[in-house]
Design a protein around this ligand. Structure first.
Ligand code: NDP
Length: 517
């Protein structure tokens, strides 16, 4: 039985089961709200991963040969399939990741929008175009095109198990590559569902998008069999391991790592809107958002009003697994320990904390954390310096927006961020000077929903870009071609050129460039 057939078996039925004869080892993914088994999936070992990548090779060639229009048509069929089954997928996301159904719908919607954009813009961004040949090659035509790499490995996280990997998968496929995707061990059934959906929607290119499942070792195995690029989303420590493994085969990598994103609230900001955005940016998805807001720097002119507004809004939040809950459980139980450590560190350093009004004793289990707003936390505290990835927010009073910017930038991370300022010039100026890959002015996270904008970070937040034209080019190699249109009487690139030719070139270059001082 092939891996593709195994995956069909895995995703058959609501809970997902696997034919145990197909693989020696399996593992279970569980619902973080109830502990119920959501899926039983194969642990793909080195051989199974190699076999999958080998099957992807001819699939990549056939997929590339379909051309931009053929691929666009199939990517459209895939997004249509996802859109028609949005609630089915959202239900699986709710059960395996824990987030509310509505949030899952929003995530899937964004993924579909990116699929549409990538398919529609691949030809214009990557297709062959003529460029100016310049004076020295005036008798030549020059062409630039972006060719697919071959097989792209994608290692994805559990926090946005559809949207985040799709940022690599959609753009890599649209650029003409085959993809082998290793979802997180916390959300493998979602990964298997996405691949099964692909096979159903695009049966004639089924192996262009395959999934392997398992633990970290399966991800490590994907770095070894010679994929042509590896796109990784996760933590910086694991990112370093992935880079090291890929370095052995000179496999290029794209790194989407964590963040410690800040919001700046300037003197003239709309404080109510800023508070609303900060609370949603920090607490939605239980704070498990790489581009979530973790720190706010508010100027002394607005600090008191901002804190009062945030406090009022946070009191109404209630984590739970029902449809009215504002956010769900921590997907990874071990993350609750990190969040609690950051809260304890902040309290020990003299920080004050404001919690939501919901009674934690009524939460379904200990994976649900109440929202926490931390005030007066020293900049040396772990709640300010390390990625918390939980429903917490620090608010710090600063003299002015310049001090806010200085503190916002005083981190090794640099993923996203937000600025609230009424003046357009001031908002854009602060956004430009924020050391991050993306900044939203007068909102949060918006850049992720604009398919034309590149997504990625600086520093410990990684490098490389998904989304937009840069995201398409990320999964290609630039190819340069020249074609001689007419032969000149004197060919400078020939041993047959007369000595006087280079003297003439030197005279012309002196006239054109020599006047510049
Ligand atoms: P990891 O970085 O450990 O895991 C991310 C992905 O890499 C998962 O699919 C994981 O598989 C896989 N993986 C683990 N080890 C290896 C390896 N040696 N080689 C290749 N792949 C590997 O993140 P966690 O899920 O453990 O989360 C830890 C922290 O990372 C969080 O607390 C958060 O701070 C940050 N994070 C940031 C995200 C972001 O969007 N930037 C997303 C998720 C986490 P498996 O799950 O099977 O171990």
């Amino acid at each position: 039985m092939s891996l593709a057939e195994q995956m069909d078996t895995v995703t058959d039925g609501a809970a997902g089961t696997v034919d145990r004869h197909a693989t020696t080892r399996t593992f279970e993914s569980t619902d973080p709200a109830t502990g119920a088994v959501v899926g039983v999936l194969p642990v793909h070992d080195d051989d199974a991963v190699r076999e999958t990548v080998e099957r992807a090779r001819p699939a990549a060639r056939a997929w590339a040969e379909l051309g931009f229009d053929g691929r666009k048509q199939r990517l459209n069929a895939y997004r249509g399939y996802l859109a028609r089954r949005m609630h089915e997928l959202a239900d699986l996301v709710h059960r395996e990741n824990g987030k509310p159904h509505g949030d899952a719908i929003l995530e899937i919607t964004l993924a579909i929008d990116h699929l549409a954009w990538a398919g529609a813009h691949a030809r214009k961004t990557l297709g062959s175009r003529k460029v100016r040949a310049g004076m020295l090659a005036a008798n030549h035509a020059a062409y630039l095109e972006y060719q697919p790499l071959g097989v792209v490995g994608v290692i994805g996280p559990w926090n946005y198990p559809v949207f985040t990997p799709m940022g690599s998968i959609a753009y890599a496929l649209a650029a003409g590559n085959a993809v082998v995707f290793k979802p997180s061990e916390y959300t493998p059934a979602i990964g298997a569902w996405l691949a099964a959906a692909w096979r159903a929607a695009v049966p004639d290119a089924a192996d262009a998008f395959q999934v392997v499942t398992g633990y970290g070792e399966t991800g490590a195995a994907l770095c070894r069999p010679g994929v042509d690029k590896l796109a990784f989303t996760g933590s910086a420590p694991t990112g370093r391991k992935v880079m090291a493994a890929c370095a052995e085969n000179l496999v290029p990598v794209l790194m989407e790592l964590g963040g410690k994103d800040a919001m700046i609230v300037d003197d003239d900001a709309d404080v109510v809107a800023a508070a609303d955005a900060a609370v949603w940016g920090a607490m939605s998805n239980a704070g498990q958002t790489c581009i979530g807001i973790e720190r706010v720097y508010a100027t002394s002119a607005v600090y008191d009003r901002f804190v009062a507004e945030v406090t009022e809004q946070v009191r109404t939040l209630r984590p739970g697994s029902d449809d009215e809950a504002t956010y769900g459980p921590m997907t990874m139980a071990s993350q609750t320990g990190i969040v609690r450590r950051h809260l304890d560190d902040a309290a020990a350093a003299g920080g004050r904390s404001v919690r939501g009004d919901a009674d934690p004793s009524l939460f379904p289990n200990e994976n649900y954390l109440p929202p926490a707003v931390l005030l007066d936390v020293p900049e040396s505290s772990s709640a300010i310096r390390e990625e918390t990835f939980g429903p917490t927010l620090t608010i710090t009073k600063v003299r002015d927006a310049e001090e806010a910017l200085e503190r916002a930038n005083a981190t090794s991370y640099g993923l996203g961020g937000s600025v609230f300022a009424k003046s357009k010039a001031r908002g854009l100026d602060l956004a430009r000077r924020m050391r991050s890959g993306m900044t939203a002015v007068n909102s949060v996270i918006t850049f992720a929903s604009v398919p034309a904008l590149p997504f990625g970070g600086v520093g410990e937040s990684g490098f490389g870009r998904i989304h937009g034209e840069d995201g398409l080019k990320e999964f290609t190699r630039a190819k340069a071609i020249t074609r001689q249109r007419v032969a000149l009487p004197v060919n400078l690139m020939s041993f047959g050129r007369p000595a006087s030719a280079t003297d003439a070139v030197a005279r012309v270059m002196g006239m054109i460039h020599g006047r510049h001082r």
